[in-house]
Write a protein that binds this ligand. Structure first.
Ligand code: PMP
Length: 648
């Protein structure tokens, strides 16, 4: 009910939401579940909401009953008043009563076992009328539910908890526990519904555990739908640069470039919700959202790129760009770079060496021409040599000449900074020279900006700008809708006119009013929060800190990138540059253990990719580096030579 925005859990808002819902549902009582992971507990005593390193208390050990203040509380069992207290800290119990009970003892012919019930968030008044030791009979009213200001700042409710052993903690017995201690605390505090008897159908079902979800997923989904990490994560909640698992644990997200402006950004969420509540339909009706958005996108592009096509995914956009190119050139030949990935459709698998040359791949089609990846760290020509860009471009030039001789015009497609290829930064002039060759042969150039567009690079808004080129088509996806399905091809009037060959272009969902409202909100946030500038500033500090680590740890062969698009190339040896995929995998899994989510990429799976939301802060970069350095110092992270010499 509360969404991801912590502002929704602020006392007044929370109260309005809960009691509003109860009113609309004609419910006398609102129930807050037992054994539920919650992010509500953000005061100092529970640990800050955002810090991923320390485990916070999240698991609710009682059951909450939201009712009007002053509602009388009847004892569910006979008992005696064991303890009266007032825990005044913010978000604590406020005035509370603990009653002592005993089991009947008939079974074993003994006096019965003692246990307790705890009642939190009461009125102060009621406490004054009670005395420790006083007997309370089942059904007797012994307290009342307090108002917000005297009950720890919570919406009016009773926190009811059963406690089998107080462990001498008295009023300090926790009502919320750490997830890692969940089974211990829930065994000491069983489900209070044992006393209340609320019919199970009135209490929302517990979410399945991560383990249950894995089993369920295996049954229902395809086996090659992969899951990240050796210990898979069940993520249930995202906020800014954090993802939260089903136990309420926070993870710093340093590699998902889709939530460009942060997970669950309220402006993006609101834009989608408001438009969805009004209208969502296709582009065969006139609507202004698509035009507003097309105008904004075109304004961000160089002059000749003024015509927008909207679709729903990067794959769909690349597929469409290829159709545009082939209609325009009347040739089917495509030049791609080694290790490239452009999407999951049939044709895109055919132009993605990462797939067709990989496991399960069917090899290269005759109309596909693969040029070497201009990787100046482990490619054909390396940093330090002269005219690197021209040397790499010459390979594309040769393919172009061959195609031209055969009467064919090439389509060149490349990520402007290849991400799947290993977070590669092209040498200077590479695309300038390459585009010249392609155009010289009557071809067209497609810039796949699915990963790097929208200010991520810090220095420029688009990747192609870093190479001083203007593509014939730009393909946009992933971050464009901050996670909402939206993608685009932006091209020239001339290419769009050539595509208008009598066949209608239509995508049912492409360019719908909701998607365009979301796209507009993303651009607004980027601008208003000056996120490209943040990317540049934080990226520079981060890369400098990572290069400091590179000087200390031999496994860090190369640190490269721009803004918040960085790659850490791990090697077994600095001399041979032999890739270290096991080290990369070890480090990424250890980062996950420490609450930081990173991933690997590159043809050898040895490059750690860092591509966080652009709201990533200097503090986040420092947290990453501290955790990263601690892991680099661990034995399994040592390069082979050192590990061997250590072992003697
Ligand atoms: N192009 C590139 C460079 C990509 O990385 C991807 C996805 N990883 C795509 C296209 C395909 O996008 P989607 O998964 O949205 O279809």
């Amino acid at each position: 009910m509360l969404g991801a925005d912590p502002a929704n859990s602020e006392s007044q808002t929370l109260t309005r939401t809960l009691f509003g819902k109860m009113e609309s549902e004609h419910a006398a009582v609102g129930v807050g579940r037992y054994d539920e992971a919650r992010l509500l507990y953000s005061s100092a005593m529970f640990g800050s909401r955002a810090a991923p390193s320390e485990e916070r208390r999240t698991i609710h050990l009682g059951l909450d009953l939201f009712v009007e203040p002053g509602t009388p509380i009847h004892a569910p069992l006979d008992g005696t008043v064991h303890l009266l207290a007032e825990n005044t800290a913010e978000l604590d119990y406020g005035p509370l009563v603990i009653l002592r009970h005993a089991t009947s003892g008939e079974e074993n012919n003994n006096e019965g076992e003692e246990f307790f019930t705890l009642y939190g968030h009461l009125t102060r008044e009621a406490l004054k009328e009670l005395e420790p030791g006083q007997t309370i009979s089942q059904g007797e009213v012994f307290a009342r539910v307090g108002v917000m200001h005297e009950n720890g700042g919570w919406p009016p409710h009773l926190h009811l908890q059963i406690i089998l052993d107080l462990l001498d903690r008295g009023a300090q017995f926790p009502g919320v526990a750490r997830a890692s201690e969940r089974s211990v605390w829930t065994s000491l505090s069983p489900d209070p519904n044992l006393l209340l008897g609320i019919p199970p159908e009135k209490i929302p079902e517990r979410e399945p555990s991560a383990e249950e979800t894995i089993v369920h997923r295996r049954k229902l989904l395809a086996p090659n739908l992969s899951v990240s990490y050796q210990k898979p994560l069940k993520i249930v909640h995202g906020w800014r640069q954090y993802l939260y698992d089903d136990t309420g644990r926070a993870f710093l997200d340093v590699y998902n470039n889709v939530p460009l402006v942060g997970h669950s950004h309220p402006r993006v969420v609101r834009a989608a919700q408001e438009q969805l509540a009004l209208l969502n339909t296709n582009t065969r009706y006139l609507h202004n959202n698509i035009l507003r958005y097309a105008e904004r996108l075109a304004a961000l592009m160089p002059k000749p790129l003024q015509v927008c096509f909207f679709v729903n995914s990067g794959s769909e956009a690349n597929e469409l760009a290829l159709r545009l190119a082939r209609t325009y050139t009347r040739s089917e030949d495509v030049i791609v770079l080694e290790h490239a990935y452009h999407g999951h459709t049939n044709t895109l698998i055919d132009i993605s060496p990462y797939k067709f040359d990989g496991p399960g791949g069917a090899g290269k089609k005759p109309w596909v021409h693969v040029a070497p990846l201009a990787d100046d760290y482990r490619g054909l020509y390396r940093r330090g040599e002269s005219k690197l860009g021209a040397q790499y471009a010459q390979h594309v030039g040769e393919i172009c000449k061959e195609l031209q001789t055969g009467g064919n015009r090439p389509t060149f497609i490349a990520e402007t900074l290849p991400s799947v290829g290993g977070q590669i930064v092209f040498p200077q002039d590479y695309l300038t020279e390459t585009y010249q060759c392609v155009r010289g042969a009557g071809g067209v150039c497609i810039a796949d900006e699915v990963q790097v567009g929208f200010g991520r690079l810090g220095t420029h808004f688009w990747g192609f700008e870093t190479q001083n080129v203007v593509p014939d088509m730009v393909v946009l996806g992933k971050p464009i809708g901050n996670g909402f399905p939206l993608a685009a091809v932006v091209t020239t009037r001339e290419i769009a006119e050539a595509f208008n060959n009598g066949m209608e272009f239509f995508s049912t969902f492409g360019g719908n009013p909701v998607a365009c409202a979301v796209g507009l909100a993303v651009l607004d946030v980027l601008q208003d929060e000056q996120l490209q500038g943040n990317s540049l500033r934080v990226g520079r500090l981060w890369i400098a800190a990572l290069r400091d680590l590179q000087r200390k740890y031999a496994v860090l062969g190369d640190v490269r990138g721009s803004g918040l698009f960085l790659g850490l190339d791990l090697v077994l040896s600095r001399e041979t540059r032999e890739p270290a995929p096991l080290h990369a995998s070890y480090i990424v899994n250890r980062l996950r253990d420490r609450g930081i989510l990173a991933g690997t990429d590159g043809p050898h799976h040895n490059v750690i990719k860092l591509r966080p939301p652009l709201i990533f802060s200097e503090g986040d970069a420092a947290s990453f580096c501290a955790a990263f350095e601690a892991i680099l110092a661990e034995d399994p992270a040592q390069p082979l030579s050192q590990a061997q010499s250590k072992r003697g």
